[in-house]
Design a protein around this ligand. Structure first.
Ligand SMILES: Cc1cc2nc3c(=O)[nH]c(=O)nc-3n(C[C@H](O)[C@H](O)[C@H](O)COP(=O)(O)OP(=O)(O)OC[C@H]3O[C@@H](n4cnc5c(N)ncnc54)[C@H](O)[C@@H]3O)c2cc1C
Length: 344
């Protein structure tokens, strides 16, 4: 997993204001951090999660991405590793595990940004907070709490963790179906249960699931309870929601993939003009508050289309940082020059 230590400091004197604070270390925020360093801006990047990468690290680290320029294909986690390397080239301050709770502009035009742990002064802000902080939807089944994190999981961080395990997957969407296919050669056996017979997952993926010898798909089936011993899970009771017939199956792990709740959290209270849970931006990535910019999934361009893709965020991040550079230092050029002409 792409890890950066929770604090990397070199240009980290917190007493003088940062030129730019980047809120959210997903792909857009990481690329923005590289760009801010390239523009010689004093930079801090913060993320509520304990690791960088945003959705790529949390939701699909082991999936292959095919639409990032320059990579014909790349594992999400490998892309994050490269982005982190690129982002830290100019030694920004990196603060992970710190949610930004409050953002206020002072009379002198300098912003104060507050996390649970500190306050920082900054001349400009780039919000790359994606869909906000997200948490997985949970089931409410008997004994669940006892095995959360010790048998019951919501994310796949490492496929190898599931090697030779009997895995129960709950869900009928893309995540559940994709993980069943991705893990079918790693696990001893997989049972996928879904409460309906209609899948939200892609039709072709569902077809592949039904044709996979070590995956059993059971529709109209729900989880009732889990049981185990001090070492972890040993079995799960599932039931047919039409007949209420129960079945006890041996399981070592359960992967619950029934969606996520995205929560914009404090961002909605910062006085920013919003549209459908996203921050309105113009073609210069400016929000309604001078000095605050937005890029990536959190941004809603008023005069362009909204495409929640990694490449869209990269381009918006580069635009936002160059515009922010000129805001912070009006004598600076908007055009950054060519990175290929800068000495390493
Ligand atoms: C299953 C799946 C597959 C996908 N596949 C592709 C693909 O193949 N190609 C593609 O282009 N796109 C794909 N996407 C979409 C892509 O992942 C997103 O467009 C991208 O992650 C958006 O990047 P971002 O940096 O804007 O936000 P995010 O990746 O969402 O990162 C935002 C970060 O901000 C942090 N944050 C939020 N609020 C705060 C706060 N108050 N304080 C501090 N930190 C905060 C969050 O913790 C998070 O880490 C996929 C998405 C999913 C779910």
């Amino acid at each position: 997993m792409a890890q950066v230590s929770s604090e990397i400091s070199s240009n980290s004197d917190e007493n003088t204001p940062f030129d730019v604070s980047i809120i959210g270390a997903g792909p857009a925020g990481l690329f923005a951090t590289y760009y801010a360093g390239f523009r010689e801006m004093k930079t801090v990047i913060l993320d509520a999660l304990p690791e960088a990468g945003g959705q790529l690290s949390v939701l699909y680290p082991e999936k292959t991405i095919f639409d990032v320029p320059g990579y014909s294909e790349v594992l999400a986690r490998d892309l994050v590793t490269s982005l982190v390397k690129q982002a830290t080239r100019y030694n920004p301050l990196v603060l992970l595990g710190e949610r930004v709770n409050d953002l206020k502009k002072g009379e002198d035009g300098v912003f104060t940004l507050s996390t649970d742990k500190r306050q920082l002064k900054t001349k400009s802000v780039l919000i790359t907070a994606g869909v906000g902080s997200f948490s997985p939807n949970k089931l409410n089944v008997l004994n669940q709490e006892r095995y959360e994190g010790n048998g019951i999981y919501y994310f796949v961080k490492k496929k190898e963790f599931f090697r030779n395990k009997n895995l129960l997957i709950v869900g009928g969407g893309d995540s559940a179906a994709d993980w069943a296919l991705n893990l079918k050669d790693v696990c001893t056996c997989i049972v996928l249960i879904h409460r309906r017979d209609q899948f939200r997952a892609h039709e072709q993926t569902v077809k592949e699931l039904y044709n996979s010898p070590n995956v059993t798909v059971r529709t109209f089936t729900e989880l009732k309870r889990v049981d185990g011993d001090e070492t972890g899970l040993t079995s799960a009771v599932i039931f047919d929601n039409r007949s209420n017939m129960e079945d006890t199956i041996p399981v070592d792990c359960i992967l619950i993939n029934i969606g996520f709740k995205a929560n914009l959290g404090p961002i909605a209270n910062w006085g920013l003009a919003m549209e459908n849970r996203a921050i309105k931006i113009n073609g210069r990535m400016e929000t309604n508050i001078p000095g605050i910019y937005a890029a990536g999934d959190i941004a809603s361009p008023t005069d362009s289309v909204k495409l929640n893709l990694i490449t869209t965020g990269f381009a918006q991040a580069a635009l936002a940082i160059n515009v922010a550079k000129k805001y912070v230092d009006p004598k600076a050029q908007l055009f950054p020059g060519h990175s290929s002409e800068k000495s390493a």
